[in-house]
Write a protein that binds this ligand. Structure first.
Ligand code: SF4
Ligand SMILES: [Zn+2]
Length: 355
C-alpha cells in the first residue's frame, strides 16, 4: 500500500498545486434525490464467460473522497454525486430497486452481469456501508457476475465476501489509469502507486475475486505518441493482474483541469487511430482488451477527421466483441497520414500539433 490516501488530503495535508487547481474547478450540485441512481443502462459485454447481457448502475453514494479533495485532472464525475454528506442504507437500497424496475421495464429477462459504479468506491464504507453491500449482494444473488468499482485501498477480503458468498463471480473494477506512477501522479493527479494495484489484485485473487482494470488513454501533458506508448506498456503490465482491461480515451468533461487546458488550446483528446493502434499492438496479450470511446467523433471526445469517426468507432466496437485486430484492416482514411505525422512530430513544446 502507498502512504498517500484520500484521508491525507481530506485534512489539508500534502495538498499540491494540481489538487488546488482541480478543486477550484469543481462545481457543487447538492441536494439530488438520494433514492434514485445517477444513471442506469442495459448493454452487452464481453466477459471471461463470453458475451453477456449487462445492467450498469451508477449509484449516487456521495461520490469520491478524492474528488472532493481536488481529484483527478480529467474527472468530472464529482458533479454527478449530489449528496456529499453520504446516502443512507435505505436510500441506497431504493436506488437498487429503482434500477431493477428500469431493467424489468426495458429487458426481457434479468441481465447476467450487474455492474455497480459510484464514480468512487463501492468498497469504501463511507460511501456504501457493510449492511448495504450485504443487501446488494443478496438482491443480485440470482445473477452470474457482479462488477464492483473501487479504488485499490478499499479492497479487502471481508468487503468482497458478501458478493462471493452469494455465489457471484466478482470483479473489482479499478481505475488504474496507467501503470506508470509518474504519469498517474503528475498527469492524472491520482494518489496511489501501481504497487497498491498489485496488492489489491493479490487480495482480490486470494479471496476468489478477479480484477477489471481501466486505463486512461492520453492524460493531459502527454503527446499523442507518449500516450500510445504508455497505454501499450500499461496493458502489458496489467495483463497478469486483470482478466479485462478497458482503455478509456480521455473526454473533455466539465469543470476539470483538462477542460481548462482544452479551452486554452493546450489539450486535444486522442485520435481514434491511437485507440486502434493500442488495441492492435496489444491484441496478443493474455487479457480481454476493450475500449468504449465516450463522445467519439466530437471535438471534446476522441476523434479523427470527422469523415471516418463513425466507421472507426464501429470497428472498435467489433474488436471489443471479437478481439480480432483484422477488423481494423477494413478501415482507412486520408487523415491517417496526419495522425502519423502528429505521432512523429508532436513534442511537449508544441502540443497539440493539430486540433
Ligand atoms: S477518476 Fe476516480 S479517483 Fe479520480 S476523482 Fe474521479 S472518481 Fe475520484
Ligand atoms: Zn479520417
Amino acid at each position: 500500500m502507498t502512504d498517500a490516501t484520500p484521508d491525507t488530503y481530506d485534512y489539508g495535508r500534502g495538498m499540491d498545486a494540481l489538487n488546488r487547481a482541480t478543486g477550484r474547478l469543481r462545481s457543487r450540485h447538492e441536494g439530488g434525490d438520494p433514492t434514485q441512481p445517477t444513471r442506469t443502462w442495459l448493454d452487452k459485454d464481453l466477459t471471461p464467460d463470453g458475451i453477456r447481457s449487462s445492467l450498469t448502475i451508477i449509484l449516487d453514494t456521495g461520490g469520491c473522497r478524492w474528488a472532493r479533495a481536488g481529484g483527478c485532472t480529467m474527472c468530472g464525475y464529482v458533479s454527478e454525486s449530489e449528496n456529499a454528506e453520504g446516502v443512507s442504507h435505505e436510500a441506497l437500497m431504493s436506488q437498487i430497486e429503482s434500477a431493477i424496475e428500469y431493467e424489468a421495464a426495458n429487458a426481457d429477462e434479468p441481465a447476467a452481469v450487474v455492474k455497480l459504479y459510484s464514480s468512487g468506491s463501492i468498497l469504501d464504507d463511507r460511501e456504501v456501508g457493510a449492511p448495504s453491500r450485504q443487501g446488494i449482494a443478496e438482491r443480485f444473488a440470482d445473477r452470474e457476475r457482479i462488477v464492483i468499482e473501487s479504488l485499490p485501498d478499499f479492497v479487502t477480503e471481508s468487503r468482497l465476501e458478501p458478493f462471493l458468498d452469494a455465489g457471484l463471480a466478482t470483479d473489482v473494477a479499478i481505475g488504474v489509469e496507467t501503470a506508470t506512477d509518474r504519469v498517474r501522479r503528475d498527469c492524472v493527479n491520482k494518489y496511489f502507486d501501481f504497487d497498491a494495484v498489485v496488492d489489491a489484485a493479490k487480495t482480490a485473487h486470494e479471496a476468489g475475486a478477479s480484477v477489471k482494470a481501466y486505463l486512461l488513454l492520453k492524460p493531459p501533458f502527454l503527446t499523442e505518441s507518449e500516450a500510445i506508448e504508455d497505454a501499450v506498456s500499461s496493458i502489458e503490465q496489467l495483463a497478469p493482474l486483470a482478466h479485462t482491461i478497458s482503455v478509456n480515451p480521455t473526454t473533455v468533461m466539465e469543470d476539470t483541469l483538462v477542460e481548462e487546458l482544452y479551452y486554452d488550446n493546450g489539450y486535444r483528446p486522442p485520435w481514434l487511430w491511437s485507440v486502434t493502434d493500442v488495441l492492435e499492438q496489444t491484441a496478443t496479450v493474455d487479457a480481454i482488451v476493450v475500449s468504449d470511446p465516450v463522445g467519439a467523433g466530437n471535438d471534446r471526445g476522441p476523434h479523427n477527421c470527422g469523415e471516418c469517426d463513425e466507421t472507426v468507432t464501429r470497428a472498435i466496437g467489433d474488436f471489443n466483441r471479437r478481439q480480432d485486430p483484422s477488423v481494423f484492416d477494413e478501415v482507412s482514411c486520408e487523415c491517417e497520414v496526419t495522425w502519423e505525422s502528429v505521432c512523429e512530430r508532436e513534442t511537449s513544446y508544441n502540443m497539440p500539433l493539430v486540433n
